[in-house]
Design a protein around this ligand. Sequence first.
Ligand SMILES: Nc1ncnc2c1ncn2[C@@H]1O[C@H](COP(=O)(O)OP(=O)(O)OP(=O)(O)O)[C@@H](O)[C@H]1O
Length: 257
Amino acid sequence: MIQINNIKFNYGNGFNLDIKNLHIKNGEIVSIIGPNGAGKSTLIKLISKILPLKYGNIFIDSKNLKSLNLKELSKLIAVVPQEFNTIFDYSVKSIVETSRLPYSKKFDFFTENKEDENIISNSMKKTDTYKFKEKSFSNLSGGEKQRVMVARAFAQKSKILLLDEFSSHLDPGHTQYLLNIIKNLSQKENLTILSVFHDINLASLYSNRILIMKDGKIIKDGTPNEVITKKIIEDIYNFKAEIIIHPKYKIPQVIFQ
Ligand SMILES: Nc1ncnc2c1ncn2[C@@H]1O[C@H](COP(=O)(O)OP(=O)(O)OP(=O)(O)O)[C@@H](O)[C@H]1O
């Protein structure tokens, strides 16, 4: 569960994020869409404590984010960031292994027990990254790196998954495959998903609920059918769109006019 109460944030450059009230229930799949610079990544970074929150409160499972240390927070939230690069030349497996640090008793980059090892291998197999586990992370393609970051997030075994355009470098096959896994995890394990998408059609296809952000605010919040309308999409993105209905799932899909 994520509860946001009256948060405000700025970088000191004119951009202001201002969110009054947002509640995301356990097991919900919520997507955030909106134009460039709307504040989507900033919101993800505030919820994951990458950016410091000065005004307002965020509660994760009824615990105030301000009172959670990094280890406690990492057991509750896993993040797949928009970009991830390492300074050192780590192997893929070492990157995924860092996911188990919140559960280790000491700071140790090596897996400590059989359970950790199984979780790490399973996460890599699920994300189709096991086959290059010994490869250097920095030499992977953009899409391969994104899959490794999803593997790391899965292995973290948190209750909430924050995805920031995690599919931007993925081919359609891997996008569909990983989104289906994420949807299944949400249904089977009551995992809560908050995901930033530029692809409105993916957001519509995979979410129970869509938030539209613009100028640092949430201006629409509803089901795909409620918020993906011709008028809303054209106003928000300032482009000519047509809405068609997905023949199988009866949800809106946007095409260029
Ligand atoms: N580290 C930073 N320092 C200063 N300004 C920043 C920083 N990060 C983002 N901004 C600014 O804050 C605003 C919101 O950025 P943010 O990355 O949250 O938008 P976004 O909705 O995720 O955009 P996009 O769709 O382009 O990824 C933008 O105007 C951006 O230039």
